[in-house]
Design a protein around this ligand. Structure first.
Ligand code: GDP
Ligand code: IMO
Ligand code: MG
Length: 437
């Protein structure tokens, strides 16, 4: 059984918590795209873990973790994270952590190019994490990229770095940046790739074999649907396929193994970085946005940037459900809304006085759309830590049902706090069946 977990909004929906929770029932947990631009938080008692490159399942000692071919991996960031996790008592060994030989490397010039690219864009900048993600994917699509399999061959690593750096330096210098020298990059990368060698293997083969043996596999999406390079709010997106298609491409798993897709949906919306955000709380609602930011601790797990906050966008989330074919939805952070008098939900967009049939493709249009809101009553009492639907105040239950109806997908789980135990599993949902095994 293969289940994919995919964010439905602009990221930070709580994928880390949900993957950690589900991982208990799975044998293998896999990241399939992105790199250390992700920040997935897992809270267990008073210990908190933030995962950037490693799948959130790594916190469970017995699970195998895979970094799939669709990822772009900064080998230095890998060991920084591995060392930090080992300091927290987590075992990171080649027996349980596997890195795809087909994944691409992020090298120092990718980070420099990420800076340059943002500077060149000026007011149009994306607000990237500056981790080199976009430039590494550019190299991949441009057929210049360096994969871990290539990096293990010293002559290939040297000649590719020398050639790519020549081009990179031209761009970096043209925009006033500091020229990078090849030798230290080659030396440093050779040493670190050698350290990584025991982790590198053909992960597609490993995963298909595991699936054929009947092992259960959890695919952990990073970023989210509205940041997808094809289906997101382009050009204000990340550079990978975050959606279900990307999960297959980015692992090499045959589609026949896929048993379901779980959408991770937050009870409100946030966005980090630039780009259109129709339901953002601005001007008269700025104070409310600040309240949610504080209650929800909405500061980037990777960059520490304050996240922009807004109302739930059922129209955009329905679009995400359509693209991914969500079987079930995990609704997170219900408790963050506990103090609100009223809660608005965007159920559609108008553009130039006309109702939109689907999400506008042009980002300028997305900036101009007028959200159509419905207002629901708040419940004004604590839901923190509740574990059964019947415990929820009526207005909270109605809010959950309202969202489910507008997204058009069952709610399989409601999250009422950052901890594993602060969770309601909806009996009879597809998600509950996956958990029963
Ligand atoms: P991810 O990138 O989707 O994994 O999400 P992040 O980890 O970046 O951000 C989600 C934050 O919300 C983390 O700090 C989680 O610990 C926290 N969180 C997850 N679920 C809940 C919840 O139901 N309630 C509250 N209050 N916090 C939650
Ligand atoms: P998780 O997995 C939220 C955003 C950046 C920027 C855009 C492109 O924790 O949900 P990039 O560095 O990827 O080229 O930046 O994407 N972004 C995220 N926003 N959560 C993330 O990851 C993100 N990863 C990238 O802020 O707007
Ligand atoms: Mg995050």
């Amino acid at each position: 059984m293969v289940i994919a977990v995919i964010g439905a909004q602009w990221g930070d929906e709580g994928k880390g918590k949900i993957v950690d929770l589900l991982a208990e029932r799975f044998d293998v947990v896999v990241r399939y795209q992105g790199g250390h631009n992700a920040g997935h938080s897992v809270q267990i008692g008073n210990q908190s873990f933030v995962l950037h490159l490693l799948p959130s399942g790594v916190v469970h000692q017995g699970k195998t973790c895979v970094l799939g071919n669709g990822m772009v991996i900064d080998p230095k960031a890998f060991f920084e994270e591995a060392d930090r996790l080992m300091g927290q008592g987590i075992t990171i060994t080649p027996e349980r952590v596997k890195v795809s030989s087909r994944a691409h490397l992020i090298l120092p010039y990718h980070r420099a190019l990420d800076h340059t690219s943002e500077e060149r864009l000026g007011n149009e900048r994306v607000g990237t994490t500056l981790r080199g993600i976009g430039p590494a994917y550019e190299d991949k699509a441009g057929r210049r990229g360096i994969r871990f399999a290539d990096a293990l061959v010293p002559e290939v690593l040297r000649s590719r770095i020398e050639r790519n750096l020549e081009d990179a330096n031209r761009i970096i210098e043209a925009y006033g940046g500091q020229r990078l020298e090849a030798s230290p990059i080659i030396e440093e990368t050779s040493a670190i790739v050698e350290r990584l060698a025991p982790f590198i293997c053909d992960t597609s083969h490993f995963l298909n074999q595991a699936a054929a043996r009947g092992e259960s596999i959890l695919l952990e999406g990073a970023q989210a649907t509205l940041l997808d390079v094809d289906h997101g709010t382009y050009p204000f997106v990340t550079s990978s396929s975050t959606v279900i298609g990307g999960a297959l491409v980015g692992t090499g798993l045959a589609p026949k193994h896929l048993a379901g897709v779980l959408g991770i949906v937050r009870t409100y919306t946030t966005r980090v970085g630039e780009g259109p955000f129709p339901t953002e709380m601005l001007e008269s609602e700025a104070e409310l946005g600040q309240l949610i930011r504080e209650r929800g601790r909405e500061y980037g797990a990777s960059t520490g940037r304050p996240r922009r906050c807004g109302w739930f966008d059922a129209f955009a989330t329905r679009y995400a459900a359509e693209i991914n074919g969500f079987t079930s939805v995990a609704l997170t952070k219900l408790d963050v809304l506990d103090t609100l008098d009223e809660i608005k939900v965007c159920v559609g967009y108008n553009l130039d006085g006309k109702k939109c049939d689907s999400l506008p493709a042009v980002s300028q249009d997305l900036r101009r759309v007028e959200p159509v809101y419905e207002t629901l009553p708040g419940w004004k009492s604590s839901t923190l830590g509740m574990t059964d639907l019947s415990e929820l105040p009526r207005a909270a239950r109605e809010y959950v049902n309202f969202l489910s109806n507008h997204i058009g997908v069952e709610i399989g789980l409601v999250s009422t706090g950052p901890e594993r135990s602060q969770t309601i599993i909806v009996r009879e949902s597809a998600l509950a069946k996956w958990l029963r095994g």
